[in-house]
Design a protein around this ligand. Structure first.
Ligand code: PMP
Length: 382
């Protein structure tokens, strides 16, 4: 029998999404696939809460979440603007890796961190940095999956607007699109990246991004800003492809993974049919119940402050005395959870994902079982 996967992505697929993988290959410029991809691109814009009139540009490409960092970095550090300043607002390991990726392309990166692991970065610190130096971009990891810290994007967006409106606002939304409130247009986001395998509820293998028209104007401006150091990652090559598909026409630069895109189509429809607001509320309810059970019910300490507005709703990270034994105990009962991955606090905690069907389909017993088993594992140790 197959274990129940309760790690913070990839997540358990709904039956319909899983079925959508098992389709015969379609030609990537066939009318059947064009109509699927057209809908996927339109629905991608919708799950980021952006309207077609904003002229935001979606990109759905073969790749994982990490490709989203490369997409931003390689289309931002252009040959005539080789070393731009970037402010990375770091709440954990994934924020730091985005910084690493940016440095790899030649960016001058400053990192701001919270006073304590598990907190978000104080807005005053971001304001101070932005008023001291001119930054081409600010990156924020909406939910850093290493700490389960949720950042207040609306507040950061206001700081950028007030202090440095020309700075691009870049968001790693890998662990947030589909489970956290997200307002691409209203918050003035310029580049948001996510992946298929978390709260979107599709298999791993797709990098999903949305760019503002302002960022597109910058990235496509060859005469002023120069060329892109990247081939597959060059948005200039992908823009006509995505625009053609969205207009109902086939186009080719590199072969799209048709089965994955077919399953993403079903996953996006499931989210939009339920409604984004409802979806976020269901994740919030599940997260509150689970965190409350562990923190108040079991006296465990959450890595991201709980209760507070700094805690993610798609995963829970809690300190336990002996993480490997808890993880092994759950595994022996058919439930897979994850360990800690933060460079400074290392493996002292466990992480449990509750995104997609495990949060939204209340008839599934997975989260209750998971809580009962964690409780049992910890009681056994006493
Ligand atoms: N950003 C965040 C916040 C993530 O959680 C992850 C993956 N866990 C990534 C980026 C990288 O995504 P991937 O593993 O799909 O490349």
């Amino acid at each position: 029998s197959v274990d129940t996967l309760l790690i913070p992505g990839p997540i358990i697929l709904s039956g319909a999404v899983q079925k959508a993988l098992d389709v015969p290959s379609l030609g990537h410029t066939s009318p059947e696939f064009i109509s699927i991809f057209e809908r996927v691109l339109k629905n991608t814009r919708a799950v980021f809460n952006s309207s077609a009139s904003s002229k935001s540009q979606p990109f759905v490409l073969a790749g994982s979440g990490t490709l989203g960092w490369d997409l931003f970095a390689s289309n931002f550090i252009l040959s005539k603007v080789p070393n731009r300043n970037v402010l990375v607002v770091s709440t954990g390991t994934f924020s730091d890796r985005f910084a690493d990726c940016l440095r790899n392309y030649g960016a001058d990166v400053d990192v701001v961190e919270p006073p304590k692991i598990g907190e978000s970065v104080p807005l005053e610190l971001i304001t101070k940095k932005l008023s001291q130096k001119k930054y081409g971009a600010v990156t924020v990891t909406h939910v850093d999956t290493s700490t389960a810290v949720l950042s207040d994007l609306k507040a950061v967006s206001q700081v950028i607007k007030q202090t440095s409106p020309e700075t691009f606002f870049v968001v790693d939304a890998v662990c947030s699109i589909g489970c956290e409130e997200f307002e691409f247009d209203d918050w003035g986001v310029d580049f948001a990246l996510t992946a298929s395998q978390k709260a979107i509820g599709a298999p791993a293998g797709l990098s999903i991004s949305l760019c503002s028209s302002r960022f597109m104007d910058y990235a496509l401006n060859d005469s002023e800003n120069g060329h892109v150091h990247g081939y597959f990652s060059s948005l200039r090559r992908w823009v006509p492809i995505m625009q053609n598909y969205e207009a109902g026409k086939g186009a080719y630069f590199a072969t799209p993974p048709v089965q994955l895109i077919n399953s993403l189509d079903v996953a996006l429809k499931e989210i939009l049919d339920e409604g984004l607001t409802k979806r976020w509320a269901l994740h919030r309810e599940m997260s509150d119940w689970f965190k409350n059970s562990l923190v108040n019910g079991m006296q465990l300490t959450s890595v991201s402050k709980y209760p507070s507005n700094m805690s993610a709703h798609g995963l829970t990270a809690v300190y336990v005395a002996d993480p490997p034994s808890v993880i092994a105990f759950l595994k022996s009962h058919g439930i897979v959870i994850a360990g800690g991955i933060h460079k400074d606090i290392g493996p002292k905690y466990i992480r449990i994902g509750h995104m997609g069907v495990t949060a939204c389909n209340r008839s599934l017993p997975y989260m209750n079982n998971c809580f009962d088993l964690i409780k049992l594992a910890l009681q056994r140790k006493k």
